[in-house]
Design a protein around this ligand. Structure first.
Ligand code: FES
Length: 163
């Protein structure tokens, strides 16, 4: 069997409020569907081994590393990517604005994934998160690994922000 013989699957997902239909190989990862087939290149691939969180998107209300999900597994899901937070170049999402205000990035490559993870943190802790809850949250594991002190410092100012 060659690659061209591999069976294809139709995947229907809602991405940033728009219905998208794609035909994919069973082995295709969601991150590659988003980036390569749908052109949503704001979701980045850092490690490709579920370590860094750069590929984090929202799937049905949960922050998920999209390199850990096969595209076929996302069939029927509603997905929000970083592009969906400020569609059409509109006003920044409150988390994006806080990152901007606090210069919460180094090179910026992983920042979209961090923002998507922080949205999840705020859903779980809608009251102003304390530094300790930020430090201990699994949703911010990417921040810890990358020693993003500025990113962490931006989160406590987001009390009341819309996730
Ligand atoms: S690319 Fe690093 S966790 Fe997905």
């Amino acid at each position: 069997m060659t690659d061209t013989d591999e069976k294809k699957h139709v995947v229907t997902i809602d991405v940033n409020g728009a219905r998208r239909i794609a035909t994919v190989e069973a082995r295709k990862l969601l991150v590659h569907l988003l980036r390569d087939d749908l052109g949503l290149t704001g979701t980045h691939v850092g490690c490709d081994t579920s370590q860094c969180g750069a590929c984090t998107v929202d799937i049905d209300g949960q922050a998920v590393k999209s390199c850990t999900v096969l595209a076929v597994m996302a069939d029927g899901s509603s997905i929000t990517t970083i592009e969906g937070l400020a569609p059409g170049g509109g006003a920044l999402h409150s988390v994006q604005a806080a990152f901007h205000e606090h210069h919460a990035l180094q090179c910026g490559f992983c920042t979209p994934g961090m923002i998507m993870a922080v949205r999840q943190l705020l859903k779980q802790n809608p009251i102003r998160p304390k530094a300790t809850s930020v430090t201990n949250s699994p949703a911010t594991s990417a921040l810890h690994r990358l020693h993003q002190h500025r990113a962490r410092s931006s989160i406590p100012c987001l009390g009341g922000a819309t996730p």
